[in-house]
Ligand binder design. Structure first.
Ligand SMILES: Nc1ncnc2c1ncn2[C@@H]1O[C@H](COP(=O)(O)OP(=O)(O)OP(=O)(O)O)[C@@H](O)[C@H]1O
Ligand SMILES: [Mg+2]
Ligand SMILES: [Zn+2]
Length: 484
């Protein structure tokens, strides 16, 4: 028998009663071409190009191999050439592709020409024109058929393709040795272990995305919990239960609406930076672009301004008066169109009297002054703060800590908190790490209730002798002065 003798009608057997179709003696399915195209699209979009190509190549290979087996069992062939040719013929009868009148042998020097390819059509339909050949299933199919028929591994690759706008698909079948190194990368899609590699890459990508989402969720939950814990009036994560703190937050919010310079004073760890952030967040301008060059409307925090050296005080004063800055390494001034906040735990008025702080700068900064009271002067905040900080730490350390024992509560209320909120924060973090049970007990709190707060860490220096350096993050400018 010769390949040309194969006939549609004889190959196809329909059994409507059983609901089955046989093609060349094998149970076959009639699949919608667009559905196949959608499968390809799904694979590419969800698992990536490499994984999709691997699956479709190997699916094609299996299909071709199976068909070759069936043809060998069903028919007696005149010679090996006819058996090989029968593969091309039967798949074109199956509607997968159409071959031209010449160049039908993919093993020949000229290769095989395909003038219609369901796969190229589907690729064009779902992805548009490709920039590389993409009849992956068809190449796999012919490879599978030839490999079975010839009893050795043969791999088909295209060099032209309808899917990338060529007039036809041009296929060549070669052994690995015949292909040599030139297209070794493409032959990898025929390797059995290949899919695991591709999927590992996809899996890694998915894991990373999940991790990022989880981190974000954690931050949101933390913020939510802090709001939930903050008593009657949630204030953007600020705990303000005491009258003094409520008044301060109220004032800060009103100041946020106008553009004046604000000086925030208070003991170390009392929450000055927290108040500064509230003003920034409540400012009408806070969502402006974050880059310094387009810093209009941002917020500039001069943190620990009381530590600034006399030389730097002159520069700061000039900066604030002229509203211009010069960046390191530049010889041109830039407009500084930002709101200025300054914070210090020093008594600046006293520093002015003693001559270590310039009076003119002091008045420039102190247009509005917000005084953050020490924690010992607002006892009503201690427990709400402790609970909020506890919840935050527990969430961060993945521990289920539900609250404070009466003994611990008592101790928290008795302590003077010389290190203010930061000291309380450290105590809660330590308790979450140490508590053996689900509740913080007295023993979990620092032993010496009058212990001094841990030494405050030095903030990174953000300026040098001659310039002011700004750190820019989401429209938030942080200026940390050099400590004397
Ligand atoms: N009212 C508050 N509600 C919730 N958390 C607060 C509050 N006040 C302060 N904190 C938290 O306590 C810690 C110390 O606050 P912050 O850094 O604002 O203090 P600071 O006055 O700027 O300290 P320093 O003088 O050392 O610079 C921060 O982690 C802050 O988030
Ligand atoms: Mg601070
Ligand atoms: Zn093609």
């Amino acid at each position: 028998m010769r390949a040309e003798d194969l006939d549609h009608k004889e190959l196809l057997e329909l059994d409507p009663e059983e609901g089955t179709i046989r093609f060349a003696g094998q149970r076959a399915l009639l699949l919608d071409a667009v559905a196949m195209g959608l499968l390809r699209k799904y694979l590419v979009e969800n698992f990536g190009h490499a994984a999709a190509r691997t699956v479709l190549t190997q699916f094609g290979f299996a299909h071709g191999w199976r068909m070759a087996e069936a043809m060998q069992a069903e028919f007696k062939w005149a010679n090996d050439g006819e058996r090989c040719h029968a593969g091309t013929r039967i798949h074109s009868l199956g509607g997968l592709f159409g071959v031209g009148s010449e160049n039908r042998d993919p093993r020949s020097k000229e290769g095989m020409m395909i003038i219609a390819s369901y796969e190229a059509e589907q690729h064009l339909l779902h992805f548009g024109r490709a920039d590389a050949p993409m009849c992956w299933t068809i190449c796999g199919l012919i490879s599978g058929h030839l490999s079975h028929t010839l009893g050795k591994e043969v791999f088909v690759l295209e060099d032209r393709c309808l899917g990338k706008g060529d007039a036809g698909c041009h296929l060549f079948a070669r052994t690995r040795e015949e292909w040599g190194d030139e297209r070794a990368e493409e032959l990898k899609f025929y390797e059995k272990g290949r899919l695991a590699d591709c999927l590992e890459v996809s899996l890694h990508r998915v894991t990373e995305t999940l991790k990022a989402a989880e981190r974000k969720l954690k931050e949101h939950r933390k913020a939510l919990i802090q709001v939930a814990w903050s008593g009657d009036e949630p204030q953007l994560g600020i705990v303000a239960k005491s009258k003094a703190m409520r008044q301060l937050v109220d004032l800060a919010r009103r100041v946020a609406k106008v553009d004046s310079t604000v000086l925030i004073t208070g003991e170390s760890g009392s929450g000055k930076e927290r108040i500064a952030r509230l003003i920034h967040e409540e400012s009408t301008t806070h969502d402006r672009p974050g880059l310094f060059e387009s810093a209009r409307g941002g917020t500039l925090l001069l943190d620990e301004v009381g530590e600034v050296s006399p030389g730097m005080q002159v520069k700061l004063l000039r900066t604030i008066q002229e509203r211009e800055v010069r960046r390191v390494g530049e010889n041109m001034n830039r407009k500084l169109d930002v709101r200025i906040l300054a914070a210090t735990n020093r008594d600046l008025a006293a520093s002015v009297t003693s001559g270590t702080f310039r009076q003119d700068l002091y008045y420039r900064l102190k247009v509005v002054e917000l005084i953050v009271p020490p924690l010992r002067e607002r006892r009503d905040d201690v427990l709400p703060l402790a609970r909020a900080l506890l919840a935050g730490s527990a969430l961060q350390m993945k521990r289920k800590i539900t609250g404070l024992s009466p003994g611990a509560t008592d101790q928290l209320l008795r302590h003077a908190w010389p290190g203010n909120v930061r000291e309380l924060e450290n105590a809660m973090e330590r308790a979450v790490a140490l508590a053996p049970g689900s509740r913080v007990e007295l023993e979990d709190l620092p032993e010496d209730s009058h212990a001094l707060p841990e030494a405050q860490e030095l903030r990174p220096h953000r300026c040098d002798k001659s310039s002011i350096v700004f750190r820019v993050r989401n429209g938030w400018f942080l200026y940390s002065a050099l400590r004397a």
